[in-house]
Design a protein around this ligand. Structure first.
Ligand code: FAD
Ligand code: NAP
Length: 336
């Protein structure tokens, strides 16, 4: 039995803490719930969208439609062999609860993604990544309900078309697929991936590589570097790190010898936070919104910021980086 709540306040449902209202709000666990919600005569034909943990959506206005919120909490083992365990995880499971679940059972593959806010159902949407790992590396398949056809489709990893913070769910299927579950293939013999930044040093200080120590080290680095959304509203990285062609990267290196550059699938990846810092906007503030003082890639809500104020800060950042480096930053967050 599903209930549709009218005139729902969304402030507690987004980590920036932006006040906005939705005409309707309903929680779903499975296909039956969605069938019932979307067939409700009062809501049939109205727009809908999904909000999980709200840690990657920028609300700029009230929503005249239905917010669907995943509530399924099951983690089910679907296969097991000598080397791997395959787990199906319902969309409403907290992502970091799932990571802890795996680490506690000695299952490797998602430990570098410790501490990322949000739900398991949203993890494939932007192919969450951190500390040299991407969720695409462990996803076997994603089960989604497609309201246009009323069908459930199981997307293989290849069909998800994962890229750097991208997937088919963020583009072609935006607003057309509701993820019910994601299935992960985890390793019983994990290969530790600690080559990123200071991670190895932190892990050694905790006694050497293990799933537990990698998780502990990452949680501690994240705690130190990133503002806690419960204290200072934010969405983590607001912009994507730009990929640039090799020749441009080399020209920039001549002009800015200390510019961090990383090998990427096409050319090089630059650190957006560094570009913003060097464009002079670290700590920049406009009304209630601003660029975080320690991590320039993170925009923050200093009080009662509106979505429009955040967008105004984002526009200043984009213009400043463009003027200094000739590079146009793209937003990582989903704006609506
Ligand atoms: P939401 O913000 O609720 O939704 C994000 C998008 O996915 C929306 O377009 C929404 O419609 C869609 N969506 C959500 N659930 C579903 C579903 N079930 N079906 C279909 N569409 C759906 N991201 C990283 O990649 N790496 C990081 O290290 C990282 N660190 C962060 C740190 C902080 C402090 C914060 C605040 C954010 C960080 N993020 C990071 C961003 C964010 O946590 C991830 O993008 C996360 O996956 C969003 O999950 P969510 O449930 O909050 O999604
Ligand atoms: P950081 O370690 O200070 O590094 C700054 C940027 O440089 C990162 O964005 C990272 O790109 C890139 N980078 C650093 N070392 C790299 C390496 N060895 N190989 C390839 N790229 C490298 O960044 P941070 O802010 O503290 O974040 C640490 C990790 O958590 C990063 O992976 C970051 O993506 C992730 N994170 C993501 C969000 C989000 O909302 N998306 C928020 C917080 C943290 P990548 O981002 O491509 O790794």
């Amino acid at each position: 039995m599903t209930t549709i709540i009218q005139n729902k306040e969304l402030k507690p449902l987004n980590t920036f803490g932006i006040a906005a209202r939705a005409a309707g709000y309903a929680e779903f666990r499975d296909r039956e719930d969605l069938d019932a919600i979307l067939a409700d005569p009062a809501w049939k034909g109205k727009p809908w969208t999904v909000i999980g943990g709200g840690s990657n959506v920028l609300l700029t206005k009230d929503y005249d439609g239905l917010i669907l919120h995943p509530a399924g909490q099951e983690i089910t083992e679907v296969a097991h062999d000598e080397y791997t365990v395959t787990l199906r995880v319902q969309a409403g499971v907290e992502w970091d609860d799932f990571v802890r679940y795996c680490v506690e059972r000695g299952l490797g593959g998602v430990e570098n993604l410790s501490g990322i806010p949000g739900t398991a159902g949203a993890a494939p949407v932007q192919n969450i990544g951190a500390y040299g790992a991407e969720v695409a590396d462990t996803i076997a398949e994603v089960g989604a309900y497609l309201p246009d056809s009323g069908e459930i489709h199981t997307f293989s990893n290849a069909e998800c078309r994962f890229g750097y913070r991208e997937s088919i769910f963020k583009y072609e299927l935006k607003g057309r697929a509701i993820i019910l579950s994601a299935t992960f293939r985890l390793s019983l013999n994990p290969v530790f991936n600690i080559g990123y930044g200071d991670l190895e040093r932190e892990v050694q200080a905790l006694g050497g590589p293990s799933l537990e120590n990698i998780r502990r080290a990452i949680l501690s680095i994240r705690d130190e570097k990133l503002p806690d959304p419960k204290v200072l509203g934010n969405y983590g990285s607001f912009f994507k790190n730009p990929g640039v062609p090799q020749e441009l990267a080399e020209a920039l290196r001549v002009q800015y010898p200390d510019m961090p550059q990383y090998t990427a699938s096409e050319g090089r990846k630059l650190a957006a936070g560094w570009l913003i810092d060097r464009a002079g906007l670290k700590g920049f503030r406009l009304g209630n919104a601003g660029v975080h003082e320690k991590q320039a890639l993170v925009l923050v809500n200093y009080g009662e910021a509106t979505g429009a104020e955040i967008l105004a800060v984002a526009a200043r950042v984009i213009a400043a980086v463009e003027a200094k480096f000739g590079i146009t930053l793209q937003m990582e967050v989903n704006v609506w």
